[in-house]
Design a protein around this ligand. Structure first.
Ligand SMILES: [Zn+2]
Length: 198
């Protein structure tokens, strides 16, 4: 099951596909709230329409609070001033480590984004691209046919808008272009400049 963003209540989709409230899920011991679904899973296609496109993210579930709790450990039991100071001491070396790592990166994009683009550029043989202009195409692939508009970083499957990284369908169109600059089709949040600024 997975959480769904949007609406007034936090809804969770159960394993059998029903929408239920979080309270209902907690009261049912047969349901596993912590179960996570890959963004690439077939089920995720059904709920991607509920996701906003401002924040770019590949995760369907949000365990940030749980992860942060585990990270700060005993600090969360301390009085607030000591708690904040303990968190500061834990975060400071991490920020420094990441700043030093970023100084060594030569490309426009962070290494993980470059790796993903390399993978995407290999798959174009599985997709049929039907161009209607330099900017637009319809692409046939294993999951159906989707519209792609390059200048808007848009694909009707919505993965590109939600994650900021071209989906396989958009990648197929980009791969067919001459001298394509892949980094132009990736959201700015994957750039080294943004990483350093953060
Ligand atoms: Zn797509």
């Amino acid at each position: 099951m997975w959480r769904i963003r949007g609406g007034r209540r936090s809804l969770i989709r159960s394993v059998d596909g029903d929408l239920i409230t979080q309270a209902q899920a907690v009261s049912n011991p047969l349901l596993d709230i912590q179960n996570t679904q890959s963004f690439d899973s077939q089920e995720s296609n059904n709920i991607r329409s509920m996701f906003g496109t401002t924040a770019k993210c590949t995760h369907l579930t949000n365990n940030v609070v749980e992860s942060f709790n585990a990270f700060i450990g005993d600090a969360r039991a301390k009085p607030i001033i000591f708690c904040i100071d303990a968190i500061r001491l834990k975060i400071m070396p991490k920020i420094n480590y990441r700043r030093m790592s970023a100084e060594r990166w030569k490309g426009v994009l962070v290494p993980e984004a470059q790796k993903q683009l390399m993978e995407l550029s290999k798959n174009k043989g599985m997709y049929d691209v039907h161009r209607s202009s330099n900017d637009r195409a319809e692409v046939d692939g294993p999951e159906g046919r989707w519209d792609v508009i390059l200048s808007e970083k848009y694909c009707s499957c919505r993965r590109w808008q939600v994650t900021g990284m071209p989906c396989n369908y958009a990648a197929a169109v980009i791969a067919h272009m001459r001298n394509a600059r892949w980094e132009d089709y990736v959201d700015e949040c994957y750039s080294v400049a943004r990483y350093k600024a953060a």
